[in-house]
Design a protein around this ligand. Structure first.
Ligand code: SME
Length: 168
């Protein structure tokens, strides 16, 4: 892969960069790992960006590729910001995580958070994008629109992708 990255980028530019990173690779972990790194590099004032993936059988949301400090590996459906957003199937912005009952603190520095569901082509929520910031009220309509556009793109590609031990 030959990707030349700018030193700064607007949300529109990050989306374009993401589309470039997703071209030509169908391994799910590889693609999500690069996207987590991209979000970590280009979203200012954040301390964590990554993915939680649905686990067949348990219904838990399990840690996927991310950028930031080590995080909680498993979030039961309906719990925390992640489990709440993904159970409801809608994006959730929490302006101050200290005010969110049941917030799961993976990094004590986190103060605000956004979680956006990823739906596969049959509309099943298969994963979520989670981004945390050390600043309260960091996320608003521009970040929501950007992450929802990214989630739509990922959801469309999802069923064309495979893991390390399976082939489409
Ligand atoms: N704060 C999340 C847990 C995941 S971390 O922020 C990476 C929650 O309450 O679900």
């Amino acid at each position: 892969m030959d990707v030349e990255l700018p030193s700064e980028a607007s949300l529109d530019e990050v989306f374009t960069l993401a589309q470039g990173l997703l071209t030509g690779e169908t391994n799910r972990i590889a693609n999500l790992a690069n996207l987590a790194a991209l979000l970590g590099q280009y979203l200012p004032r954040i301390n964590w960006a990554g993915f939680y993936l649905a686990e067949a059988g348990t219904g838990d949301w399990v840690l996927g590729p991310f950028w930031g400090k080590p995080a909680c590996t498993r979030i039961p459906s309906g719990q925390g910001v992640v489990g709440t957003a993904l159970a409801s199937g809608t994006s959730l912005i929490v302006p101050d995580v200290h005010e969110f009952p049941g917030h799961i603190a993976c990094d004590a520095a986190s103060r605000s958070e956004i979680v956006v569901p990823i739906r596969d082509p049959s509309q099943v929520v298969v994963a979520g994008i989670d981004v945390d910031s050390p600043w309260p009220d960091r996320f608003g309509p521009p970040e929501r629109a950007f992450l929802e556009a990214l989630a739509n793109r990922l959801g469309t590609l999802w069923s064309e992708w495979h893991g390390y031990d399976e082939r489409v």
